[in-house]
Design a protein around this ligand. Structure first.
Ligand code: BG6
Length: 486
């Protein structure tokens, strides 16, 4: 069976990790713009990278741009034509982008969007259209206006729904004619792992310092905002589709000891809780009980149940980088992953950042999600952060990246053969960009190399890696080249 005709092969980027241009077009500071590069922190210690206090935010507001790499990104703001041309050269059918909320609404509370921001995104959409590249647009990818975080403790406040919907309305009315696929919140489940980045939650502003209470309340507001956004989209553009977006952290028990299996089951239920709400339009009973047992009480209004039911999503999208392993044995060695720490799986290799590479886990995830939700799926992030070496003649041999993708694509193909419906695949990321968790540039994901180091030095020149040509062939043959002898 393999990949269907019209399979959306492409790549995924996020505004806050590529655009730069902080001081242009009237853009305001977002939560991403205060994420500091910390060279001396263990890069695998994501907690140290994500920790934030009011003092650090204050320091950032007045701080030098050079310490805040997401303010410069890879200067996609000025290079988007060149970059989109390169994506087109690879044959991209789709590009996943996000719209920076603070580029349209610098402080978040304005009534009308900033016209320069609108103009910029219109030119990006026009450029994509020129090459027949389908945009897949994330409404919220870790980039809420900083002012909303400071003033309301972000998504903890129900007020956020109105501000967000004003932004969403502006996205739909200005860009709706270009966009068929919208995604609501990037990795919505991540709010519990990095509440500031995902929800603008500042620990000091949480009552009794109870960040978990704030994070689940914020998730509730995001669920409602997603449902409202879906209903609005349906009304304005009935042919468009809205998907939810999950970090798929498929977790295995380290042993078949029932206690390990039981602990693993809880982790998987927590991971699926977020998509359950957005697909089924209601909270899973077990999760509600679990929160209650933990003393967490989510404040809900009478109409919320109906809103969630009326605004369910059309498809499920997710990121998949690695699987996670769990054990109740505290002596087990633990290794880092995508903003998580898990038990080391002895059957898997790790990337240079310690994430355990598991292509079969992608197949398992696809089957699990399709079987659970009966909705089309989209893999909207998958890739490998690595240190690339540019040879003297400019050549970049990234065989390891090709191997990573090849193995994942073959597993995706197996899932399709088993009946899973996949609309498309966008790699993270088709071009090197600033890492979300570590703010490094040296953690490279792209098929395209960008000449810039962690401190922001470099020419910003774009270079094609070996994987560029390899991915181009995969897309051109709609996956058939995966079976050819290399
Ligand atoms: C995903 C995020 O979790 O992982 C991206 O949606 C992020 O924004 C990607 O860049 C890879 O993580 P990192 O920390 O290596 O950039």
């Amino acid at each position: 069976m393999a990949f269907q005709n019209g399979f959306l092969w492409g790549g995924a980027i996020a505004a806050n990790q590529v655009e730069g241009g902080l001081h242009e077009g009237g853009k305001g500071l977002s939560v991403a713009d205060v994420a500091k590069y910390k060279p001396l922190v263990d890069v695998k210690d994501y907690r140290a990278h994500n920790a934030i206090s009011l003092e650090q935010i204050e320091e950032a507001i007045h701080g030098e741009d050079e310490w805040y790499p997401k303010r410069r990104g890879i200067d996609f703001y000025h290079h988007y034509k060149e970059d989109i041309a390169l994506f087109a050269e690879m044959g991209f059918k789709a590009l996943r982008i996000s719209i920076a909320w603070s580029r349209l609404f610098p402080r978040g509370e304005e009534e009308l969007p900033c016209q320069e921001g609108v103009k910029y995104y219109l030119s990006v959409f026009e450029e994509l259209k020129k090459y027949g590249i389908e945009p897949i647009v994330t409404l919220s990818h870790y980039e809420m206006p900083l002012d909303l975080a400071l003033k309301y403790n972000g998504w903890t406040s129900r007020k956020m729904i109105d501000y967000f919907l004003n932004f969403v309305f502006s996205c739909f009315s200005n860009f709706g004619e270009y966009v068929k696929y919208w995604l609501n919140f990037n990795e919505i489940d991540s709010i519990i792992r990095h509440p500031f980045t995902s929800g603008g939650i500042i620990p000091e502003l949480c009552e009794n310092g109870n960040v978990r209470q704030c994070a689940y309340q914020a998730a509730h507001h995001q669920f409602l905002a997603s449902a409202y956004a879906k209903m609005l989209m349906e009304k304005l553009f009935p042919d468009a589709k809205m998907g939810c977006m999950l970090t798929k952290l498929t977790t295995y028990p380290r042993t078949c000891a029932p206690e390990d299996v039981a602990a693993t089951q809880q982790m998987n239920l927590e991971n699926l809780f977020y998509s359950d709400v957005m697909v089924f339009g209601e909270y899973p009973k077990l999760m509600l009980q679990r929160l209650k047992n933990e003393g967490i009480e989510i404040k809900m209004c009478e109409q919320d149940a109906e809103i969630l039911k009326d605004g369910t999503v059309d498809f499920v999208s997710f990121s998949y980088y690695m699987s996670r392993t769990e054990s109740v044995d505290p002596k087990m060695e633990r290794v880092p992953g995508n903003t998580i720490v898990g038990v080391k799986n002895p059957y898997l290799e790790s990337s240079a950042w310690g994430w355990q590479i598991d292509p079969v886990g992608l197949r398992i995830s696809l089957i699990e999600l399709y079987d659970r939700y009966h909705l089309p799926l989209m893999v909207v992030e998958n890739g490998m952060g690595a240190k690339d070496v540019v040879e003297e003649n400019g050549h970049i041999n990234d065989r390891y990246r090709i191997d990573y993708f090849k193995e994942h694509f073959l597993e995706m193909e197996k899932a399709i053969d088993m009946g899973v419906e996949i609309l498309g695949y966008t790699s993270w990321a088709p071009i090197d960009l600033i890492s979300a968790s570590t703010n490094q540039m040296s953690k490279r994901y792209g098929f395209i190399y960008v000449d810039q180091d962690d401190e922001g030095n470099g020419t910003l020149k774009r270079l094609k890696k070996d994987s560029f040509y390899w991915y181009r062939d995969v897309i051109k043959s709609n996956g058939k080249s995966l079976h050819e002898q290399e």
